[in-house]
Design a protein around this ligand. Structure first.
Ligand SMILES: C[S@@+](CC[C@H](N)C(=O)[O-])C[C@H]1O[C@@H](n2cnc3c(N)ncnc32)[C@H](O)[C@@H]1O
Length: 326
């Protein structure tokens, strides 16, 4: 039977697949343990280190090259060997990278079944460049994992909210900026509803390259959305759609004034994300919504709606918050 190497044990591949489907966090546990073992080994001199980082005497038999430990660690972290070794020497930093890496992909949530619950962990503040690198790496599998395996409803929910918000306006005329556009899943849903004047901004060129092939965007901007001004004039858009752009290591509250700047007065900002982040992610907990409220107090925008919906991913709530720019 085909087997999958898990830590130091060998577990039947089919068993893993079966459990994975019923209990997704198993994969997070596997990844986290493998990553943590890499860190442990890197910090200690022993035979495992020689095997992991060095080459052993003697050649290997011909045949298909197996995926090595290093390949897994490289793929999951998007770090070069020297970066991985440097990071792993710092025990605390490596532990956080392990947890984050295991939970970044939505099919690796830190939910029940993993030793580290999302609520117990402090997710490292990844630089935008590192997040973008993760997405560049993930882009080829992103849609398959998100839509086919996870049946993520967020792009449709975000587009539904946009439709509801824009009411009877002429949708072909509505100029929309898709923030953290990724491969264009949300824009595809917007197009189905008649919104066709859409631009994209995202920090990952890999994700945008796939989006471009769909020919739904008029302009694609590869940039990080944060406090720094984007290459967009004031009051350009009638609406912003931001689907799953708020997550650990993604957009932060410091980008909100920039989003407001590029939307015309009277325009709307529709933000959809996984609700759990609001309560468990250090950068958002007691920070994101209070920051939104402060911008309202300053008279920059006003909240139109805040709706929690089920099954962002199966069993996980999503939230859509809509603001009107003043
Ligand atoms: C979960 S994906 C969502 C993509 C798409 N909106 C969807 O619903 O499928 C998050 C996207 O946010 C982008 N991203 C994360 N942080 C960003 C930032 N600071 N600036 C711009 N894009 C960012 C990532 O590159 C990634 O494409």
């Amino acid at each position: 039977m085909e087997v999958l190497q898990v830590g130091l044990d060998w577990v039947p591949h089919l068993t893993v697949l079966h459990i994975f489907r019923c209990n997704e966090p198993l994969l997070a546990t596997v990844k986290r343990r493998k990553l943590q073992w890499f860190g442990h080994v890197t910090r200690h001199d022993n035979l495992a280190k020689t095997i992991l980082q060095g080459t052993l005497e003697g050649g290997r038999r011909r045949g298909r090259q197996k995926k090595s430990w290093q390949d897994n660690i490289a793929e999951w972290t998007s770090l070069s060997l020297s970066e991985r070794l440097a990071a792993a020497r710092n025990r605390r930093a490596w532990r956080q990278i392990s947890i984050f890496t295991a939970t970044l992909s939505p099919q690796r949530p830190g939910g029940e079944g993993t030793r580290f619950k999302l609520s117990n962990m402090s997710v490292p503040r990844l630089l935008s460049e590192e997040t973008a690198k993760c997405y560049d790496n993930w882009s080829g599998n992103y849609e398959k994992e998100l839509m086919t395996q996870l049946k993520c409803t967020a792009p449709r929910e975000c587009a539904d909210a946009m439709e509801k918000t824009m009411g009877g306006s002429n949708r072909k005329e509505v100029r929309v900026l898709d923030v953290a556009a990724g491969t264009g899943l949300c824009a595809e849903e917007l197009v189905k509803k008649g919104f066709t004047n859409i631009d994209a901004v995202d920090g990952s060129q890999g994700m945008l390259d796939l989006a471009e092939k769909k020919q739904i965007y008029r302009r694609l901007i590869c940039d990080f959305v944060g406090p720094k001004p984007l290459d967009i004039e004031n009051n350009t858009y009638d609406a912003i759609a931001c689907c799953s752009g708020f997550a650990a290591g993604h957009l932060k509250e410091d980008c909100l004034p920039e989003l407001i700047r590029v939307v015309k007065p009277g325009g709307y900002i529709v933000i959809t994300f996984r609700e759990e982040w609001l309560h468990h992610y250090e950068d958002y907990k007691d920070k994101l919504e209070p920051a939104m409220a402060r911008l309202q107090d300053k008279g920059l925008w006003e909240r139109v709606s805040r709706e929690v919906f089920p099954n962002f991913y199966p069993g996980k709530n999503g939230i859509t918050i809509v603001y009107k720019v003043l």
